[in-house]
Design a protein around this ligand. Structure first.
Ligand code: MCN
Length: 783
């Protein structure tokens, strides 16, 4: 009997028809009667003491229902916003409350809320609130923030330092002693703003007599939001329901419990009426958390033949004004900076510093783009210094296939991977040798093409519960419920909370593959804490490795039960019955079969199932794998730099990625397309800029440059498949790989193009102005 495999099939995403026809249901579409609109009045000062807030005129404005300052709400917060351990449990982080009480620490921090009959009325009334501030010097530079005489964000800490931690392995002194070549380099990860198509938004409804709170939020983490709303507002968790309806992207920016979620819920409780808050784009740019904003200093010890002996990276992180919930997660950058390479010693350090800027937290890749940027720049710096080709430097230092499962100097163990296979394939696709010849030819004509490599690995699939508990302070598992109904159709409930990734399609494929129920007969539900057990939500490209596999396991449990019921119906011994392609039959006699639809009917009729068996066809799984998953790949960017203008054009972009078994190759490619575009955005265009008073100068999408399709080439994608040994489907994550790999491929290509000008590094974003200046800093002289 032919088995129709759904895992591996490029079927179209079932989510898309409604989304592209405008019939999706986002938070702003949630119908509510008698809703009150909330406007958040935000600090216009980067650093100031609040002397007085006069709300009298605002309260008199048309349509206003209530106006509250931070001080008036203070008594209702049972706890500050959550901050997870994330590798640095003993960091300093004075409590961050949803609204400022006495002091403001960044432009955009909430200081008061206005509730009114319409959004316009709430905003107009907000303008009538008079706030008197005593301005304090803004702290805006990570290094200056640590000066002895720097102004302090938190007087009680005595400095602006939150943490200074080391992660080391091997003998770094010995590595430097052995070195024939040493290199020092500073690398900049500029501040980025994650731009989801849909900003954030919250609707909260509170039932006064039953003390029940329902919150609809544009979030990646409904399950976590539920727990924390219960804790902060002192409501029993069983009385809180959080729903993430259609969510228009997040990229990490919706991974935390936000002030506005608490404030909307609080206002709904105070008023006994539904309250709605919808973020506008300007708020989104300054009040939704930012990403990256780090300085990396690295010292490299290498040999003349290109062997890397050891590295000593220091990551300086600009935390912004508060420790954000998963902000310290970015320290992962140091933990995985060894990349795809063997070396003798690693001496890493991460330093977290408070400044008067929007808090930083996870942004697509969180730590891994930084790690990849570092180690892949290291490989190119070594290549440049030793004269060994960048491809050869990588080959020489790669973890070899026979070293797998390889344990890094910091004790992390990779699951599988031969890093030469993706590299070989990518080199073949670009025809590397021919490209180098073309580059030499063109240079003679005054044309500058550059070839940039990125042979990344990443850690994702967060993760094994115990390892996550130890490292992050939060356990994490994959969760699923698979339920085959009386009619033979199925419902799959998942613990992940997709916001663009396509889980409704891919998880239906996983269940269909096991049960043989057509994909269209399987409904995948998510994002509602009332429909299933505690899920661990979506971030860290974890969902497929965790929840996707949980779906597989639940479906297998259901299949096994179905097989037993079938044996009973067929009056055959259990062990003689096999299940394939939606049917159970006696081994060797496929004609003596019952379909899953027939089995489902029987499962709900106790007289037709084996004695002692419980009715129904349902299974629940909490899947806890033995390790994280480690996708890898080779990306190659080919750029041409215009010598007249400094503008960079990406001529070709080739990517070979290995994310193990692919559930849906088309969805995987879609993830890569978006991810690569975001990485190129960082390399060439995007940067959040503040002025010297702490005002965000890139406060609109006119100033903050997000790439559009016309800025990008057509990506040439290919794949190798190395199944992960740590989950039954063999899947690894892919949601962030494109972003992790691409920025450095582009920058390596630009630096390569500018080699004749003696340029060894270009800071991101490599704007035409910056590139032109580098080309002309010696009067345009070539070396
Ligand atoms: N997939 C697959 N085969 C694999 C791996 C993944 O078919 N071997 C499919 C999955 O089933 C899923 C998608 O690819 O449909 C992504 O899966 P996965 O890599 O497990 O990542 P998550 O679903 O956990 O998504 C999180 C990841 C992150 S961390 C960010 S940030 C991100 C991203 O996904 N933000 C996104 N992709 C995004 N895509 C959109 N449209 N919007 C965002 O905000």
């Amino acid at each position: 009997m032919a088995i129709s495999r759904m895992v591996g099939a490029s079927i179209k995403r079932r989510e898309d028809p409604q989304l592209v026809t405008g019939t999706g249901r986002y938070v702003d579409d949630i119908p509510q009667t008698a809703v009150v609109h909330m406007h958040v009045v935000r600090s216009t000062e980067a650093h100031a003491r609040i002397l007085a807030i006069d709300t009298a005129r605002a309260k008199e404005a048309d349509g206003v229902v209530a106006v509250w300052s931070g001080k008036e709400l203070k008594s209702e917060f049972g706890a500050p916003l959550p901050v997870t351990d994330c590798f640095v449990p003993d960091k300093k982080h004075p409590g961050h409350y949803p609204i400022a009480f006495d002091k403001v620490r960044y432009v955009g921090e909430p200081v008061a809320i206005v509730l009114a009959s319409s959004r316009a009325a709430a905003e107009d009334a907000g303008e009538r609130i008079e706030i008197r501030y005593e301005s304090l010097p803004p702290v805006l530079d990570i290094e200056k923030a640590l000066d002895k005489d720097a102004a302090l964000l938190y007087d009680e800490l005595g400095s602006n330092l939150s943490y200074d931690v080391k992660f080391a392995g091997g003998d770094i002194e010995a590595a430097f002693k052995e070195a024939e070549v040493t290199i020092k380099q500073r690398l900049i990860q500029q501040r980025l703003i994650p731009i989801a198509v849909e900003g954030r938004g919250v609707v909260a409804e509170y039932k006064t007599f039953s003390n029940k709170l329902t919150v609809w939020s544009s979030t990646q983490i409904p399950h976590f939001v539920k727990v924390w709303l219960a804790v902060i507002l002192g409501i029993p968790e069983s009385n809180v329901r959080v729903v993430a309806p259609d969510v228009g992207g997040g990229f990490g920016s919706k991974i935390r419990v936000y002030p506005e979620e608490v404030l909307t819920a609080l206002a709904a409780r105070r008023l006994g009426r539904p309250v709605k808050w919808i973020e506008d784009r300007n708020e989104n740019l300054k009040a939704t958390h930012h990403g990256r904003d780090q300085i990396w200093d690295v010292e490299i010890a290498a040999k003349r033949d290109g062997t890397v002996l050891g590295i000593r990276p220091t990551q300086w992180l600009n935390l912004g004004a508060y420790c954000s919930q998963f902000g310290t997660f970015q320290v992962l950058g140091v933990l995985v900076a060894q990349g795809a390479y063997r070396m003798k010693a690693f001496d890493g350090r991460a330093v977290g510093v408070f400044t008067n800027m929007t808090p930083t937290d996870a942004y697509r890749g969180a730590g891994r783009p930084e790690a990849t940027y570092l180690i892949e720049r290291v490989m190119d710096l070594v290549a440049r210094e030793t004269g060994v080709d960048p491809v050869e430097v990588r080959r020489k230092n790669f973890v070899r296939a026979e070293d797998q499962p390889f344990t890094t100097l910091l004790g992390l163990t990779y699951d599988s991977g031969d890093y030469t296979i993706t590299l070989d394939k990518a080199l073949e696709m670009v025809d590397y040798a021919a490209l180098r010849r073309e580059q030499a030819e063109k240079r003679k004509q005054g044309k500058y093409i550059g070839i940039g490599l990125s042979t990344y690995i990443e850690i994702c699939g967060l993760g094994p519960a115990a390892a996550m508990q130890a490292a992050i302070g939060v356990s994490a598992w994959g969760m699923s419920v698979v339920n085959v109904h009386f009619t033979g159709k199925a419902t799959v409930i998942i613990g992940s909370s997709p916001h663009g990734q396509g889980h409704e399609t891919t998880y239906a494929q996983v269940a269909s593959d096991v049960l043989g129920i057509p994909v269209q007969d399987i409904d995948v539900q998510h994002g509602d804490t009332a429909i299933g057990p505690m899920g661990m939500d979506t971030y860290g490209s974890r969902s497929t490795a965790l929840d996707g596999n949980a779906v597989h396991i639940s479906a297998m449990k259901v299949q096994e039960k179905a097989r037993k019921i079938a044996a009973h119906l067929l009056e055959a011994a259990d062990e003689d019955v096999v299940y394939e392609n939606g049917k159970a039959f006696v081994k060797g006699t496929p004609s003596k079969a019952v379909t899953i639809q027939e089995i489902a009917v029987a499962a709900f009729q106790t007289a037709r199932i084996p004695k002692g068996m419980e009715g129904g066809l349902e299974a629940t799984t909490f899947f806890d794998p033995t390790n994280f998953v480690w996708p890898f790949g080779a990306h190659i960017a080919v750029v041409e730099v215009d010598a007249e203008t400094g503008a960079t054009k990406i001529v070709r972009y080739v990517a070979v990625d290995d994310c193990g078994t692919r559930i849906n190759p088309m969805v995987v490619d879609g993830q890569l397309h978006g991810g690569i575009a975001q990485g190129i955005g960082q390399a060439l265009f995007e940067e959040a800029v503040y002025d010297e008073t702490g005002q965000l100068r890139t406060g609109s999408l006119v100033d903050y440059l997000v790439p559009t399709a016309s800025d990008l080439p057509s990506f040439e994608l290919s794949a190798t498949i190395t199944p992960s040994p740590v989950n039954p489907l063999g899947t690894k994550g892919i949601g962030e790989a494109g972003t992790i790999a691409s920025s450095v491929a582009v920058i390596n290509a630009i630096v390569d193009a500018l080699a004749p000008f003696g340029v060894k590094d270009v800071a991101m974003p490599a704007t035409p102005q910056k590139v032109w200046q580098l080309m002309h800093r010696n009067g345009g002289t070539k070396r």
